[in-house]
Design a protein around this ligand. Sequence first.
Ligand code: SF4
Length: 459
Amino acid sequence: MLLRHTTSEIKDRSALMVNPAKTCQPIGAMYAALGVHGCLPHSHGSQGCYAYHRSTLTRHFKEPVMAATSAFTEGASVFGGQANLLQAIDNIFTVYEPEVIAVHTTCLSETIGDDIPQIVNKAKAEGRIPEGKYVFHANTPSYVGSHVTGFSSMTKAMVDYFAESAAPKSKLVNLIPGFVEPADMSEVRRIASELGIASIMFPDTARVLNGPMTGKYKMFPEGGVTIEQLKQSGGSMGTIALGAIASAPAGLAMDAKCKVPCQVLNLPIGLHDTDLFVDTLRRMAGVNVPESIDLERGQLVDAISDWHSYLYGKRVGLVGDPDQLLALARFLTALDMKPVYVVTGSPAGKKYEEALRETLSGVADEIHIAVPGDMFLFHQWIKNQSVDLLMGNTYVKYIARDEDIPYVRFGFPILDRMGHSYFPSVGYRGALRLLEKVLDALLDRKERDSTDVNFELVL
Ligand code: SF4
């Protein structure tokens, strides 16, 4: 019992989080920055923060994650990090030759109050940024928000720094995929292209963090949105921002800056939210939905109706990031499952919490939602009344083991399995894969608990 100190008695806590269901802002900012082609993320703070950010991404994606740091020592911590960042910009462009540097701050540099735009302007004035190269930034103080906030801020910075207004508008659609896996980003783009729609996706980590082994090391892999595309995105006919928390700020900034109308949707996880995504694409671009997409949808509906009896009424506990949880909860309720406990560590706001409560209203007599909450509380709910299935990141495995509950890994970070960066969870195909994982977990448990008499070959 690794979590044997978790009690079933729940007491009010106002100033203590135990096992928060989130990680720090710069991790999300670094992930978003890796979705820009030729970009070297730069952590403006101490080496310890930077090592943590890189290692979390490396452990999740099983890929080397390149980044740089201002490497604060005692002097920078007292007098500010300007000299360190100026020197770093010089060194990075000289030694590594990226197209662009994406600077994010840390708790330390935010507490000092370093003014990054002023430092970047100074670097420009001093000729430290070569012609045709760029430096952009996002403020990511980790004592507020979470990795999702950091991702969202860095994505919005791409709009603030690069998007250029144009008229007339092109036939391109901007896709902002949210904090999802590289494979999800590929799938979102594939669905758009099945409809015959040309798109600009940002950020785009496909082939950056799930690239092939070629035998040759490349510091800057093939994938990622280019700066040219980011500039062009201001002339697109529309933007679809997937996820109100991770993507909406960038989509709305694009609308305000370049008059590109933005539609904010849930992540396309599950049947109904993928339907909404496809329908929005269809209406925005004035195209028809091709047979290939109808086929994928039909296969998902067929699988749901074939296997529904094993899903019906199953109680589920969910831990994860806000955009994922909302869409996943909608998918599970559409399968007649009962997501009764939902926890996110990200402070997603009242409006988000209301949307989640509305999605889950009527699912069960008692629903527990914590926005933001922690996994200690989640575990306590389970101790009081258990569930049939857990879905969440790697940290949920301790609860699954202690309480002997079937468990599906979903979300970020997943440190102890592979596959998540290669196989999507979004779209109809992604929903089919999620369905398979949920069914596998439930049926494996059913078989484990069956007597010899009840152990069936065909389920
Ligand atoms: S000090 Fe702040 S930025 Fe650095 S690792 Fe900790 S939470 Fe993240």
